[in-house]
Write a protein that binds this ligand. Structure first.
Ligand SMILES: Cc1ncc(COP(=O)(O)O)c(C=O)c1O
Length: 359
């Protein structure tokens, strides 16, 4: 159990789950259900997805974001093929080689845009053009993360441009939507506008980081990819016997507009914190704060002081320059008081630090 004196801003994975999610889980405990995804909750949740995406999409429920990405991409890639993504894409940097292990395919990385972490159309084209002949893995898919690993958001136009290029060149588009709700809340767009209308073929739709519990889904819009999906899901150990507990969570998530309330809260708290810290001398906000992630540069010694009371990720340390970068993530249940406390503690720590430097 975490020390209660330490205040957590390390990740939206640290928090528990929304009471509406807990309530539906309690209800779903009571019924007798057909196992392996043929339960009533799976059926109802699929209908909710179809309403959101206004499409006859197919939905497969899985337990982690990594599983969603790997199972989704396994429906596209053979081992002699490859997926193009940004160099900071989660599938490339933080999934323990799951894709390489389960699929055997190659990940082609394209330099992400320095300030926003996005895969740009020009870097995508560049990587695609490097493919020449049978001696290379064959590019077959593009994967983009919405919102990105730097908390920024692709506009619908940017997504469409990538999809158009991909489709014109025989590539399938996958979106890693581990934090898709935060992106939709920022853009003020529906999931349909952001995903279906732009041409995405297959989506990893995450809810865990936005107030649910191990609830992720693969949403398939391109019917060619559905054919073997159940076999892939089973072989990837993601076809759970008591599946109902995953789909059940998506019912209040969509019906009560929980996805939007939760994501909007997380985003707004991040905007508030970033805005307040911008006016300080020593905290430099490194990213465009569009969703719930804030990357901050600060002196290393100041970070050490903050770390006594706050949990955050250290993303970089430069001992020569004595500076480092930290990542703060707000969550579906970050309160106004939590945000205010962080701001005033960070400002106080800065003041103490400056004072200590003046002697
Ligand atoms: C962008 C992104 N994709 C995928 C994942 C994977 O989720 P999980 O840790 O549930 O496998 C994460 C987790 O942090 C993530 O940030």
């Amino acid at each position: 159990m975490q020390d209660t004196k330490i205040i957590q801003f390390a990740s939206d994975n640290y928090v528990g789950a929304h009471p509406d999610i807990a309530a539906i889980l309690m209800t779903s405990l009571e019924s007798i259900e057909i196992p392996y995804g043929s339960d009533t909750y799976s059926k109802l949740a699929k209908e909710e997805f179809q309403k959101q995406f206004k499409q006859d999409c197919e939905v497969f429920f899985v337990g982690t974001g990594t599983a969603a990405n790997v199972v989704a991409l396994k429906s596209i890639l053979r081992s002699y093929e490859g997926v193009i993504c940004s160099d900071i894409a989660h599938i490339n940097t933080a999934e323990g080689g799951a894709l390489e292990n389960f699929i055997g395919a190659k990940i082609f990385t394209a330099p992400s845009h320095a300030s926003d972490g996005k895969l740009t159309l020009s870097s995508l084209k560049q990587v695609f053009q490097n493919f020449r002949n049978i001696h290379f893995n064959k590019p077959r898919a593009v994967s983009i993360t919405q919102s990105t690993e730097l908390g920024t958001v692709y506009t619908c136009e940017e997504i469409k441009e990538i999809c158009d290029f991909a489709h014109a060149n025989g590539l399938i588009v996958h979106m890693d939507g581990a934090r898709i709700a935060n992106a939709a809340a920022y853009l003020k767009k529906t999931f349909k506008e952001m995903v279906v209308d732009t041409g995405v073929d297959i989506l990893s739709f995450g809810a865990t980081k936005n107030g649910a519990i191990m609830a992720e889904a693969i949403v398939v819009f391109n019917k060619d990819l559905i054919k073997d999906m159940l076999y892939i899901q089973k072989q990837s150990m993601q076809l759970f016997s008591k599946m109902r507990f995953i789909p059940a969570q998506f019912i209040p998530y969509f019906k009560n507009n929980l996805w939007l309330k939760n994501a909007a809260n997380a985003n707004e708290k991040a905007y508030y914190i970033a805005e307040e810290l911008k006016s300080t001398k020593l905290y430099k906000i490194l990213n465009k704060v569009e969703t719930n992630q804030i990357f901050i540069e600060l002196p290393i010694n100041l970070k050490d002081d903050l770390a006594k009371n706050y949990l955050f990720y250290i993303t970089q340390e430069n001992f020569e320059k004595n500076i480092c970068s930290i990542r703060i993530i707000t969550s579906y249940n970050t309160s106004e008081a939590d945000a205010q406390k962080l701001i005033s503690d960070f400002k106080q720590a800065e003041y103490n630090f400056l004072l200590s430097q003046s002697f």
